[in-house]
Design a protein around this ligand. Structure first.
Ligand SMILES: Cc1ncc(COP(=O)(O)O)c(C=O)c1O
Length: 395
């Protein structure tokens, strides 16, 4: 029923592929919305025969339809839907061998930093953290035992833009793999495998799901053999996404395109408004011409996404803003329809040592906004009333 032919490409435009994700994959009933196969196990027709599915940890039709849809969008050989972004990154790191060395973006998502430094180093995986906006810093970190560069295309939370094409070219020359965490951009805006990267990972909890209602990760390999090796770990570790969550994610994917368009339109409006506000010291949004990564981003992404961070003049002001916003929910995460505000130094990046955090600009004056799909004027009015209570300006 769900065979190889189901991932044959039948469209030219990504938007069509997104909307059609899962359609026509259930010929038995013709269900337009692919069903949730909420089952742990599958009955075999006879001894030695299988429907293609045996046990949901190893494979489930709803999960597979989702995986096929994402593989097609990314231009990959195989996608694995995982129980979280972190579990996708876990199998990716466990795939390497003790003694291997990986180079990571330095202002990496705090959970990835924690996994690399506090878990995987104990298993013998060596890691370096460097500025991936510069190819030369990546080149300088390469050792004899380096196997891969793990790069966030746009970093969390200060929105630094990697020199992605430069890193991919360097990695190819030096026979290293390029792994891209593309959570902030999504395949709607940027497809790293098409640029020559080897693996792409997402916290699908974010824009791919898009509704703040599930936790999931997607890992896509360009090379079929890499895909099979990673599938082995996916099954061995039992981190496959549950059928209901796979269905929610499939549903979210269908509207990824229009959602991203509104996210970035709103984000640009919010970023421009923040920029002129006297109580705001700095705004980090790569869609602003003043952002140092704005031009570089255009080389590999058709948009700047929906994440805006800003710094106020005084850390004392932070609590007031967080406590005063009404539309922005003070919550971790990003990429959903509802706008969120996060204090990265205390939340998402708390596991990064303070000195390192400060050096990367993740200080106690920085707030991160996941700009949602509400009306931009309402979001600005909400920020305005919250900032009105702040007494700290440049003077
Ligand atoms: C860039 C990035 N990568 C990975 C993750 C981890 O994903 P999850 O929370 O789904 O495990 C996150 C979570 O915030 C993230 O922002």
């Amino acid at each position: 029923m769900i065979g190889k032919e189901s991932i044959a490409k039948t469209y030219n435009n990504l938007q069509t592929g997104l909307v059609q994700s899962g359609r026509g994959k259930d010929p038995a009933t013709g269900a337009v919305s692919f069903p949730i196969y909420q089952t742990a196990t599958f009955e075999h027709p006879a001894l030695g025969r299988s429907t293609g599915f045996d046990y949901t940890r190893s494979g489930n039709p709803t999960r597979q339809v989702l995986e096929d849809a994402v593989a097609r969008l990314e231009g990959g050989a195989k996608t694995l839907a995982c129980s979280s972004g972190m579990s996708a990154i876990t199998i990716l790191l466990m795939w390497f061998k003790p003694g291997d060395h990986l180079i990571f973006t330095d202002d990496l998502y705090g959970g990835t930093y924690r996994l690399a430094r506090m878990v995987m180093e104990k298993w013998g995986l060596q890691s370096s953290f460097v500025d991936t906006t510069q190819v030369k810093t990546v080149a300088a970190a390469i050792r004899d035992n380096t196997r891969a560069v793990f790069v966030e295309s746009v970093t969390n939370p200060v929105n630094r833009v990697a020199d992605l094409t430069g890193i991919i070219n360097l990695a190819r020359e030096r026979r290293l793999l390029t792994i891209v965490d593309n959570t902030f951009l999504t395949p709607y805006l940027c497809r790293p495998l098409e640029l020559g990267a080897d693996l792409v990972v997402h916290s699908a909890t974010k824009y791919l799901g898009g509704h703040n209602d599930l936790v999931a990760g997607m890992l896509t390999a360009k090379n079929p053999q890499h895909g099979e090796e990673l599938y082995f770990l996916h099954n061995a570790l039992g981190i496959g996404l549950a059928p209901f969550d796979a269905w929610l994610l499939l549903r979210g994917l269908k509207t990824l395109g229009p959602r991203m368009e509104i996210h970035q339109r709103n984000a640009l409006a919010v970023a421009r408004w923040l920029q002129q506000h006297p109580r705001v010291k700095k705004v980090f949004y790569p869609g602003l011409a003043e952002h140092p990564g704005c031009e570089g981003l255009k080389e590999f992404s058709s948009g700047a996404g929906g994440m805006v961070s800003f710094e106020v003049y005084d850390s004392e002001a932070v609590a007031g803003i967080i406590n005063s916003v009404k539309l922005f929910a003070f919550a971790e995460s990003l990429g959903g329809v509802e706008s969120l505000i996060t204090f990265p130094a205390m939340q998402t990046h708390a596991d990064i040592p303070e000195e390192k955090r400060n050096a990367m600009g993740i200080n106690d004056r920085l707030l991160r906004l996941s700009v949602g799909l509400e009306d931009a004027d309402d979001l600005i009015a909400d920020l305005n009333q919250a900032l009105e209570g702040v007494n700290h300006t440049a003077e």
